[in-house]
Each structure stands twice: as C-alpha cells, then as structure tokens.
Design a protein around this ligand. Structure first.
Ligand code: LLP
Length: 434
C-alpha cells in the first residue's frame, strides 16, 4: 500500500509529480511519501490495539532523520543496531527510553553510550555479551536492562540471506539454553536487570505461518521466565513482508485489500488476527520491530535512462542508478517493480535488463523485465525502494550517493543533499612525498 499514483499520465508521490522532482534535483534520487509511512504505522498500531504494545521501528531499514522524526512524532520507539543509529534517533528527536539495542557484536563504546543515554533494553545475543554489559554497567555504577534473544529454530521461509531464526544462523541463543542463561544473569550478573525476552526469525515473511509457529514455540518459555524473573516485555521482532508488485492506476481504491493475494497472503489484518490472540493472555508488553513494513512501499528510486543497447541476446536499458544505490536485486534476488514516470500507454513491451554503469555483471536493477521502448532521458521509478535502499548504498566506483526527498502532500523537502565530489574525498590524506 502506498501513495504513488499516475495522475494525467505522470507518476506522482502524493500530490507531487516525480518527473519535476527528477528535473529539479537530478537522478538517481530517492523519494519518500510521508503519508505512506504514517499510514503503515497507524494501521499496525491499530492492529495491535488490544495489546499493551510498543512499535520499535528497525532503523536499519531507512535511517534518514526525516523518517526517524516522522516515527518519533507518531509515538514510535526504535530498534537500533549501532551507536550510530542511536545517535541518529536522538538527533531526530526520538527517545532513548524507547530504544531497544539488537546485534551480535555490540562494542564497549556502544554499550557505554547506550547506558549513558538510558535505552529501554539491550537485546543480548550471547552469554559473553551479557557478561560484558554487566561488567561495563558495574564500572559505570548503573543497572543495565537486558532481554535475551532466543533463536527458536523456526524456518521463516524467506531468502537464505535474510533468515535469522534457524540454529545455523549467528543470531540469538539456542532455545534449549535460554533457561540456563537467565539463571546465569540472575545469579552471576548483579548489574543486569532482566526486562524481557526477544526473538526475530527473518525478514520479508509473506505468510503468518512462521510467526505463529515461533510464537507458539516460545510462549511457554516466556511464561516461565516471567514467573521466575518478572519480565516486562516479549518482543516478537520484525519481518512483516510487503508486496513488491502493486497497481499504480489513479482510479484505484483500497490498496490494502490487494495484499491478500496468493503470492502474499500476509495482510496486517491477517497478521494481527493470528498473533494477537496468542499474545493477549501473557500479561506482558509486546514489542514489534518492523523495518521494511514501515518504509518499504513508501519510497521509490528515480533513475534516468542513459543509453539503450541492443545485444545479440538481450536489450539493455542502461540507467544512471546502480547496485551501489540499490543493492537488493543483486544481493537478495529482490524483485522491484520498474515503471516509466511518464506513462507509455499503448507501447509494445520488450524483454529488457535494466542495468547500471558499474563494472560488475551483478550490477542490475532488473533482469528479463517487460518494459516499453525508452529514450535517453526518460525517467524510471524503481518502486518500493524505501527499505534497505539508501541505507545499504555505498560509494562503490566512486559514485556520489543520491539525494533524498520527503514528500508531504503538495510539498517536497530535500531531506538529504546529494553528495558532491568533494564529499567523496573528505577526510582522505596523501602522505608527503619522500
Ligand atoms: N529486528 C531485528 C533484530 C532485525 O535483525 C531486523 C532486520 C528487523 C527487526 C527488521 O526486519 P524487517 O521488519 O525489516 O523485515 N537488507 C535485507 C533485510 C535485512 C534485515 C535485517 N534485519 C533486505 O533488503 O531484504
């Protein structure tokens, strides 16, 4: 579901024409729709209304200050994975007291920073980490709130690179060791305060089955740990998948109903209907850590066609965005819908690869895609690029990173300036010639 539509033959974000944004700010360009983010947050919040809950947005999906500020204003919390993300949250007006800190490799600096700022909880992923947090909290004369991340060994049925809840993944602590670990905290870690239990089984889940399986498996453990140690919360992680293919017609209606199709039976209603009843009787605060769901459909990457090349086997649309701007297609075989911003109604489609200028065979945004004939200068929109788009961008091939725009109704704000060539060499030094 999102607020991108064709109006009079030109694709708009809310009420702003994407063609004019591309002309004004150049390409590649990320454009976000604020209303889409607000809508997703609100629907999830309403779906969970029967529970005492806190939505901790997974900052890694999109960490632009404007996005974080939007979520902070909605009352959201944040799931962070680095000191850098905590810094961004605070800069955007978010509260440390609503932050959970995930990740297998938290460093001393990060732990000290998070303790000093007073985060809600460390979601710890190993015994070594728990002992280290205990030691640092002791040195600082503080008590550190902790939850243990359980690895429930449940198959999330998603891409291998974004599966996290299987025993062979590096995440969490094995299900059958959890009791022992809580006992160690209680007996041997005087500077830790047990606050919760957490899990996260993977990303881009497209059915409720694995969520239900994981909650059902872990629930008895949560009940037991609550009875023994007085937990405050149970976090069921993130992972709610989004629909990457949607209609963009101006006449259309209830986009949410489109999600309940065969390839994507996961609607927010279906998710809430399945998990809320399982969690209601726990008498705990329930935390969610959605990333992609909150911002994925809310962003597009605009790119301009530079050349068209007709090879023996294929047609290549060579564009000015590349794998350094959006790595999902090549890293996860991620499928992103690609459409011309000025619609080409009636044109005959042909099978094409959309490729960037980077010197790698893996540098593509789409392969074997039906696209109309395009001219140099035509602007394309790579849809649903709001999550894990800009945050995974790099300067590979010494390319500047794109600008980012946030659209709010009829207004468009530059929320990150395009990098300049000078930015690219900032902080680099050449030793003197001897
Ligand atoms: N909580 C934890 C502990 C996580 O590791 C993640 C994502 C989330 C929450 C948020 O998951 P989400 O709701 O966004 O599915 N770059 C990949 C996705 C990596 C996900 C990493 N962890 C992609 O572009 O598909």
């Amino acid at each position: 579901m999102h607020h991108f539509r064709y109006l009079q033959g030109s694709l708009h974000a809310e009420n702003v024409d994407l063609q004019s944004l591309a002309e004004q700010h150049g390409t590649p360009l990320y454009v976000y729709s604020k209303e889409t983010i607000v809508d997703h947050y609100t629907r999830l919040d309403q779906g969970l209304s029967r529970l005492d809950h806190m939505i901790c947005y997974a900052v890694k999906a999109n960490s632009n200050l404007a996005v974080l500020s939007t979520i902070a204003q909605l009352g959201g919390g944040f799931d962070i994975v680095s000191g850098g993300e905590l810094f961004r949250v605070l800069r955007a007006g978010g509260q440390a007291a609503k932050c959970t800190f995930a990740g297998v490799g938290k460093t001393r600096d990060e732990i000290e920073y998070a303790l000093k700022e007073g985060i809600y909880c460390f979601n710890a992923e190993s015994e070594a980490e728990l002992r280290f947090i205990d030691q640092i909290a002791g040195e600082m004369g503080l008590k550190a709130p902790v939850a243990v991340r359980v690895n429930p060994n449940v198959d999330a049925k998603t891409h291998a690179k974004i599966t996290t809840g299987k025993s062979e993944n590096k995440f969490g602590i094995d299900f059958d060791r959890i009791e022992e670990v809580y006992e160690i905290i209680a007996k041997e870690c005087p500077n830790l305060e047990i606050r919760g239990l957490q899990m996260h089984i993977g990303s881009q889940l497209t059915s409720v089955g694995p969520f239900v399986e994981a909650v059902e498996k872990v629930k008895p453990l949560v009940q037991e740990m609550k009875a023994k140690y007085g937990l405050q919360f149970f976090s069921i992680g993130g992972g709610i998948g989004i629909v990457y293919k949607q209609s963009l017609d101006s006449g259309s209606q209830d986009w949410w109903s489109l999600e309940g199709n065969e390839s994507h039976p996961l609607t927010i209603q279906a998710y809430a209907d399945a998990v809320v009843p399982l969690l209601e009787d726990l008498g705990l605060r329930i935390l969610l850590e959605p990333g992609r769901f909150m911002v994925g459909n809310a962003g597009v990457l605009l790119t301009k066609v530079v050349y068209e090349k007709r090879g023996k086997a294929k047609v290549f649309k060579i564009v000015d965005a590349a794998m350094n701007d959006l790595i999902r297609p090549t890293l996860y075989e991620g499928w992103h819908q690609i459409v011309p911003v000025r619609s080409k109604v009636g044109a005959e489609n042909e099978l094409s690869d959309v490729v960037g200028p980077i010197c790698e065979t893996g540098d593509y945004l789409a392969q074997n895609r039906e696209l109309p004939p395009l001219n140099a200068g035509d602007v394309l929109a790579v849809m649903s690029a709001g999550a894990y788009g800009f945050t995974m961008a790099s300067n590979y091939n010494t390319r500047t990173m794109p600008a980012e725009i946030l659209v709010d109704g009829t207004e468009a704000y530059v929320v990150r300036e395009r990098q300049t060539l000078e930015d690219l060499v900032r902080g680099e030094h050449v030793p003197p010639v001897k």
